[in-house]
Design a protein around this ligand. Structure first.
Ligand code: NAD
Length: 515
């Protein structure tokens, strides 16, 4: 158990601290309810128990969030902006505390945990400017004596359901904007790493957010379904795997909610023969094995044009040999490059995909199965793995593996590479590596993917552009943050106003109003 974890727990289950809900500006007592273990993936040991909400917890969260909305939406723009700036300063100055919590429950290395907080902070920065971004428009004298203007209002209670792989950044894609414009938020984090959400709830309170405006509801499907069925919940922002994203999209739509549901990915990088292969190999390593491949924008397939495939494979192998895998919290020897996977079950799944690739005829060039780390033998380790000549009808190619497994697929041409990318069911991110501007420009136009990198392997857009994929990587039309975020979390009204006076009102006329 780490100090970071005990800092967010208020009760205990047996010998382990309990990570509970945050409702009405306080931890909610949950003695006797369902719980699930939370592990430190580097040691393989349970460090806490997380509460799993039941119907009463959901009802308490909803009632508090409705009250929170009434209070918070009544705050002036100036007051809301002050709270946002205060939260921004607190998060910025105390980010190392949060990074330690993330590493202890997720396993990613500390610098990577700090990186996800930095990217989340970008959205807080953006949200601080909400008065400019939501002030609407005014058209004086649209018709004689008639003015037309738009105003944006908050939705009410909004729900965020987030995945395990970015316990801070993904919620931060949504809640700074949702709150800035006056909504209340119920965050249902992943039960695998629940403490970051609780830590951020306390930070909001310190920043001056009224109780009930930010709620954390811990749990599993019961909590999610409770939110989906609740009439009070006006919108759902989901990030996770594709089957659950589709379920959320369908259920939330059925109950009349606004919904954005971001799903899984299988991201390809296409390498053309003119690219600098040393730089490409570095980028493939960073994007393939960073966070042990547990990123929705990880590169999992390298499409190498035949003429350079052998040379590129060798350069990637050289670099894999130098990667250090270990406890993300670091040791006396410093920080490793890569931490463990999230759970033993997930390690089995990743391992199973390498078995499938092998059985389907792929070359297992570097095999991470069976890796162990000295002194941490029970950790959920899986070493960087390189597959070559992966058949494109193998499930190891078509499915998202979500682990440190990089597959090389050899293509004869640029066109064959683009056709392969476009034939996939996902469309989250992709990248091309080339010095040929014409090829890059053609790629950005022809590829059917939502986020594209040109010599950039993980093209996560900055906060003032929006994040989201195509096809099975995003259900719904609203992406995360940027202009999409402000549109998603507000409802627009258009007001047409005339102050009656005898000279312009026109008398009785049953025709349709015209200018
Ligand atoms: P997941 O789908 O298992 O879980 C996501 C959330 O849904 C969690 O809060 C979980 O408690 C809840 N959930 C799980 N099963 C549910 C069910 N049957 N009914 C209702 N709710 C349920 O995803 P994960 O394993 O936590 O995260 C990894 C996945 O998320 C990967 O597929 C990854 O690509 C994806 N992801 C996508 C993006 C993106 O931007 N597109 C970003 C991050 C992660």
């Amino acid at each position: 158990m780490t100090n970071a974890q005990t800092a967010s727990a208020d009760e205990a289950v047996g010998a382990l601290p309990l990570v509970g809900h945050w409702i009405d500006g306080a931890p909610r007592a949950v003695a006797g309810g369902r719980t699930a273990p939370v592990f430190n993936p580097a040691t393989g040991r349970a460090t806490a128990e997380v509460a799993l909400a039941d119907g009463d917890d959901v009802a308490a969260a909803l009632a508090s969030a409705q009250r929170g909305f009434e209070v918070w939406s009544g705050h002036s723009i100036a007051k809301r902006q002050q709270v946002l700036f205060a939260f921004r300063e607190l998060l910025s100055s105390r980010r190392q505390e949060l990074a330690a919590i993330i590493t202890a429950e997720h396993g990613k290395v500390l610098s990577d945990a700090a990186g996800e907080i930095a990217r989340g902070l970008e959205v807080v920065d953006l949200a601080c400017g909400f008065p400019t971004l939501t002030k609407g428009g005014y058209s004086e004298n649209a018709s004689t004596g008639v003015d037309v203007y738009t105003i944006r209002q908050p939705l009410g209670v909004t729900a965020i359901i987030s995945p395990f792989n970015f316990p801070a950044m993904v919620p931060l894609w949504f809640f700074p904007i949702a709150l800035a414009v006056g909504n209340s938020v119920i965050l249902k984090p992943s039960e695998k790493d629940p403490s970051a959400a609780l830590w951020m709830a306390r930070l909001w309170q310190e920043a001056g957010l009224p109780d009930g405006a930010f709620t954390v509801l811990q749990g599993d499907k019961t909590a999610v379904d409770g939110l989906l069925q609740a009439a009070a919940v006006q919108s759902v922002s989901f990030v996770g795997s594709t089957p659950i994203a589709q379920y959320i999209y369908e259920e939330a739509s059925r109950t009349g909610k606004r919904v954005q549901a971001l799903g899984g990915a299988k991201n390809h990088m296409l390498v053309l023969p003119d690219a600098d292969l040393d730089l490409v190999a570095d980028q493939a390593i960073n994007a393939g094995y960073g966070a042990a491949g547990e990123r929705c924008m990880a590169v999992s397939v390298v499409l190498a044009v035949d003429t350079i495939a052998d040379a590129l494979s060798e350069k990637i192998q050289d670099r894999i040999a130098r990667l250090r895998v270990g406890d993300g919290a670091g040791t006396d020897a410093g920080e490793p490059d890569m931490g463990p996977l999230i759970s033993a079950a997930h390690r089995e799944k990743v391992s199973g995909y390498v078995d499938i690739a092998e059985a389907d005829g792929a070359d297992v060039v570097v095999d991470g199965r069976g890796l162990s780390v000295d002194g941490l033998e029970d950790g959920f380790w899986f070493g960087p793995t390189l597959l070559d000549r992966v058949p494109t009808d193998s499930q190891a190619y078509t499915d998202e593996i979500f682990g440190p497994v990089l597959s090389i697929v050899r293509v004869r041409s640029y066109q064959e590479g683009v056709d392969l990318i476009n034939s996939g069911r996902f469309g989250n991110g992709t990248a091309i590596f080339t010095n040929d501007g014409g090829a890059a420009r053609r790629f950005q136009s022809e590829v059917q993917v939502g986020m594209i990198g040109i010599n950039v392997p993980i093209p996560v857009p900055v906060a003032y552009h929006s994040f989201g994929g195509w096809k099975s990587s995003l259900f719904g039309s609203a992406k995360a943050y940027g202009a999409h975020g402000f549109d998603f979390f507000t409802r627009e009204k258009a007001v047409t106003a005339r102050w009656l006076d005898p000279a312009t009102h026109g008398g009785i006329d049953l025709g349709f109003p015209q200018n």
